[in-house]
Design a protein around this ligand. Structure first.
Ligand code: GLU
Length: 303
């Protein structure tokens, strides 16, 4: 028998939830509940420039309004810096961390636009600084901190997207684990938290598919277990962009003016292939209808 499923919601409280967030929250919840599993909630409020406490309570009200529940107390990343510091220290002990003094402009110049998602690959120039150069730069500015990756292929079998892999050195480059203002980066926090919270199943949008190899690799370096991953197709607007917070019409506050929760859930469930017509239905009623085989793999336009 496999281990008991423990899924998670991991919203960023940087605004009101929109259709795209509802889509991933509903399916993450259904994946866990249909396996008889638990669901935990983590508010990813690490970035003080983008996140607001009032959005945290709003997200919880919105999840409840939709009929999605979670087990135990919600966890706030802003209160867990000790856990991230400890993970960072472990990587430091292995000699994997180095300071990067590149400014934003230098970073862009030091990077090749490599990936299809437009992300760049850092060329590792700060890892080659001499001790003397480093010292001089330390006096000028506070560095960000990068982890040194190796030219190895990290691949895994996604529950929805099949096999996906990256050669971290070629496709990603040394990546930032701590910003120059001291804020721990998403990649580190998510890995430390998923392990600390006992998460065994990560279901989220496929905009994060290319983060998975970095996370698997970090888990490896930290001796942490690997959760299974399912990356959902994205909801696109008519012009082919992925739905985002700026699509105000699809923000939950606006949607609630015209729809009941079961109506919205029904539309999402129909798009997910779980029901034939977009009829009103509750998440609980969908549990027995969920299966990974029914879900679409490709991004689609949300009408
Ligand atoms: N907080 C991220 C977001 O809202 C999700 C991170 C994750 O699921 O790993 O996009």
């Amino acid at each position: 028998m496999g281990r008991a499923v423990r899924g998670r919601f991991a919203p960023s409280p940087s605004g009101r939830m929109h259709m795209g967030n509802l889509w991933s929250c509903l399916l993450a919840w259904l994946a866990a509940r249909s396996a008889g599993g638990e669901m935990v909630l983590r508010l990813e409020d690490l970035d003080p420039d983008r996140c607001r406490p009032e959005y945290c309570s709003q997200i919880m009200r919105d999840l409840e309004w939709l009929g999605l529940d979670w087990d135990g107390q919600p966890v706030y990343q802003s209160q867990r810096r000790e856990i991230y510091r400890e993970a960072f220290r472990k990587l430091e002990e292995q000699g994997l961390i180095y300071p990067c003094f590149c400014t934003r402009a230098e970073r862009l110049a030091a990077s090749a636009p490599h990936r299809s998602d437009g992300a760049t690959v850092y060329d590792g120039r700060c890892s080659r600084l001499t001790a003397e150069e480093r010292e001089g730069l330390f006096r000028q500015r506070r560095p960000a901190w990068r982890v040194r990756v190796r030219p190895e292929e990290i691949s895994f079998s996604d529950l929805l997207q099949g096999t996906y892999g990256e050669n971290l050195a070629r496709d990603c480059g040394d990546f930032i684990l701590r910003r120059s203002d001291g804020v721990f980066a998403y990649q580190l926090a998510v890995v430390a938290d998923d392990a600390a919270m006992g998460v065994t199943q990560v279901v989220r949008g496929s905009d994060l598919l290319s983060s998975a190899p970095r996370q698997l690799w970090l888990q490896e370096q930290l001796g942490l277990p690997h959760p299974e991953y399912g990356h959902l197709p994205l909801l696109l607007s008519h012009d082919g962009r992925r739905l985002a917070k700026r699509d105000r019409d699809l923000e939950l506050g606006r949607l609630q003016e015209e729809h009941t929760a079961p109506e919205l859930v029904g539309r999402l469930a129909c798009a997910a292939g779980l029901i034939d017509r977009p009829q009103a239905i509750t998440p609980r009623e969908l549990i027995s209808l969920f299966s990974w085989e029914k879900l679409p793999q490709k991004d689609f336009v949300w009408i």
